[in-house]
Design a protein around this ligand. Sequence first.
Ligand code: AMP
Length: 298
Amino acid sequence: MLTIFGTIALDTTRTPFHTVERTLGGTATFASISASNYVPTSLLGIVGHDFPAAYLELLKNRLDIRGLTISQTEKTFHYDSSFGYDLAKRTTNKTELNVIANYQSTIPDDYVDSEYVYLANNDPVQNMNILKLFSAPKLVICDTMDFWIVNKRDDVIKMIKKVDGIMLNETEAKLLFKENNILKCARLLASNGPAFAVINKGENGSLLFHNDEFFPIPAYPTEIIKDPTGAGDSFGGALMGYLSQQEKWDLKTLKNAMIHGNIMGSFAIEDYGVEKLANVNSEDIQKRNQKYKEILTF
Ligand code: AMP
C-alpha cells in the first residue's frame, strides 16, 4: 500500500498569460494523483471547511481519502505565487498555513502497515511525526522546499536522515547546502543517510545519485507550458508510484522511475492546477515512455 502525506491546497497562480484563483493544488494532491496511475494510493492530510465539494469528489474518485481530515473550524492551506514570462522562476506572494499549522498527526488503522510512504513537501516536523505512526515501511521518500529549508533547516536535515530516498529541486538543494554544484549537492544529500537522491532541474531534466554514481536524465520535451506548479510533486508521486508498483528500487528500476517522474511532471505543466494531470490515462503515459526510449537510444 502507498500512502502519501503532504499539503492539499487552494492555490492562486499568476502568470503573465493567465491567473487561476483558489484552484486545487498542494504537494500531496499532485503527488497522489500522479502516483495513482501506478498503484492504488491513499491520501493523508487536512483541508478546511472552505474546501470545495467538487475537489473532494475529484480526490475521492481516484484515491483512498479515509486519511483526509476536514476541519470545521479552519480554512484550507492557501498558496499564492507568480511566474514571469519564462515560466521558470516562481515568486511566493503568500503562504497561509491555516489548517496545517496545528495539524495533529493521525492515521487510519488501515494505513499503519503501509509498505510505501511518500512524505511530500510539508512541515518536516509533521512529516517526522507522521512517519512514527507507520509500523515498518519498506521504502520512505521525502521532498522539501525553500519555505521549510529557510524556516526549519535543522528539522529538514533530521527528516532526511530518516528516509531511504530524497527528492528535491535544484534551487532547493543548493539552498539547503549553500553549494552551487548539484553533483556535490546530490552527494551531500546521500551522505546524510538516504540510499538515493534525486534532484530535479525542471526543463533541464533530473539527476539521480545512487551507490556513488550520477545518472542525468533529460526532461521530456514538451512544447506546451502553462503552469509549472506541481511539476516536482507530480514527478515525486510518479517516482514513488512506479517503485511501489515494481516493489524494488535497484538502479535499473530507479532509472525507469525517473523516466516516469519526468513524464508525469511534463503532463502537470501543460495546464493549470491538476487540470491535465487528472485527465491523463495509461495510453498517454505509454506514448511518452516510448518516446523516451527513442530519445535515449542512438
Ligand atoms: P511544486 O511541485 O514545487 O511546484 O509544488 C507546488 C505546490 O506546493 C503547490 O500546489 C502549493 O500548494 C504547495 N506548497 C507551496 N508552499 C508550500 C509549503 N510551504 N509547504 C507545503 N506545500 C507547499
